[in-house]
Design a protein around this ligand. Structure first.
Ligand code: IFM
Length: 449
């Protein structure tokens, strides 16, 4: 097994650079009977939505195994744990707190704190309560206010126990994949739906930022977005134009409102009916000052111009791909981080997700996932290169602590450092987990001047 290594003078070994692991509520928790339904429960129950016809009813049964899972986090030696709170677990449909649900997170947070871990809490990782979807979900502006109310009640209780709050995880997925492409819950389609849902998500972010700042003055507050660097298939003017359109529509649509108070110019290519309804003052509300921005990077997008004058994403050739069919391109990560740093007045950044689904095979108690170790290694080099170029990156979170429910692909794709046997709920260390642990332990040999 090759190691995960960083040179001793690596900026990622700076004293204040943090390493962590990440998960999300619906993907790991299970115990569906102890919370309200969310849009993913409904979506999973529909035909042809989840490739293995599974659901989140049990998942990694984290609600029952959380103490064991915290021990894994401690044994890995990471500095921080990033997880999400399940809105339908902590709120009743009448807008009051579900004390039992909240008690779970308070216990989890207190236990992590007692072990000296930093806590990164995501308030929305896609599990919208179904009762809100029944009223229109993210197409309904009121959902943004309901989100702020939920954040208010929860943060009044967990407050500064948390080191960093992120309002939303990947509004691109929660807006575009869910309300425009129909491949994520609630499975709606159409440009207007996608643009409107995305706008309301961003509005929800802005409203929640104000609430979280008020309730948690010592915590850092920010948002997590997907980074999708765009590359043109050919040098043709059409493909270059398609790349700009695609990158604007899928990526800048989510970062420009946060940092520039506006949507990108691809808006002009939409008909009036397709554009989102934006009320006066919305853009200023969305563009709240951020303590940090989290970037989730997995791969790049290659674009070509479609026959209809709209961009198309090109499916990568077989070869250098993860199990998701995603091309492994660490250098695109470096390039993108440096470009973003030049284009925007960025707050400090975290890499809040990076990792790979691989075709893991369990042989006894060993999962020899050298391919995942190689993925991490090449992306460490990419992060380091961006930092060397002056980009302010404060931490790196591996996705994911453990295998889990990979949304429309169910349990067929494994992203974990820790292998989950879904029959027995046994947790087994993969080679990549051992390599991550050893790399983290090697920090003890680094001397800081
Ligand atoms: O599993 C997801 C996660 O929920 C959000 N970011 C991407 C991961 C891999 O697809």
């Amino acid at each position: 097994m090759t190691k995960l290594t960083l040179p001793y003078d690596s900026k990622m070994f700076d004293e204040d650079f943090i390493f962590g692991v990440a998960t999300s509520s619906f993907q790991i928790e299970g115990a569906r009977e102890t919370r309200l339904d969310c849009i993913w429960d409904t979506f999973c129950a529909q035909e042809n939505t989840i490739s293995d016809r599974s659901n989140g009813d049990v998942a990694c049964d984290h609600i029952a195994h959380w103490q064991q899972d915290i021990q894994l986090i401690c044994d890995l030696g990471v500095d921080a744990y990033r997880f999400s709170i399940s809105w339908p677990r902590v709120m009743h449909a009448d807008g009051t707190l579900n004390e039992t649900g909240l008690a779970f997170y308070i216990e989890l947070i207190d236990a992590l704190k007692a072990k000296g871990k930093k806590i990164f809490v995501t308030m929305y990782h896609w599990d919208l309560p179904q009762y809100l979807e029944d009223e229109g979900g993210w197409l309904n502006r009121d959902t943004a206010y309901a989100f702020a109310q939920y954040c208010d009640l929860v943060s009044q209780r967990i407050g500064d126990k948390v080191d960093a709050y992120t309002t939303l995880n990947e509004p691109f997925c929660a807006g575009y994949l869910s309300y425009e492409m129909g491949v994520h819950a609630p499975g709606l389609t159409g440009r207007k739906n996608g643009r409107q849902a995305s706008h309301h998500l961003l509005l929800a972010h802005g409203l929640a930022m104000q609430v979280l700042r008020k309730n948690c003055p010592s915590a850092d507050v920010g948002i997590v977005i997907n980074v999708h660097p765009g590359y043109a298939l050919t040098d043709s003017a059409e493909d270059i134009e398609a790349t700009k359109m695609g990158t604007d529509y899928l990526f800048h649509w989510y970062i420009d409102p946060l940092l520039k108070q506006s949507y990108p110019s691809v808006m002009d290519k939409l008909s009036l009916e397709e554009r989102p309804d934006i009320l006066e003052g919305d853009m200023a509300l969305i563009a709240q000052p951020l303590d940090f921005i989290g970037m989730n990077y997995y791969t790049r997008n290659v674009y070509k111009m479609g026959d209809d004058g709209w961009f198309e994403i090109v499916t990568p050739e077989p070869g250098n791909l993860t199990e998701m069919g995603w091309e492994i391109v660490p250098e695109a990560m470096t390039k993108m981080l440096i470009e973003l740093d030049q284009q925007y007045d960025l707050p400090p950044m975290y890499i809040t997700e990076n990792g790979a689904a691989m075709p893991d095979v369990r042989q006894g108690n060993r999962i020899a996932d050298q391919n995942r170790i190689d993925y991490f290694q090449s992306h460490f080099v990419a992060v380091e290169a961006a930092m060397e170029a002056g980009v302010n990156i404060k931490g790196y979170f591996a996705w994911s602590l453990m295998d889990n429910f990979e949304w429309a692909l169910g349990y067929s794709k494994r992203f974990g450092l820790i292998y989950i046997d879904y029959e027995t709920q046994e947790r087994v260390w993969k080679d990549s987990a051992i390599a991550y642990k050893n790399m983290l332990a090697s920090r003890a040999l680094v001397t800081h001047e």
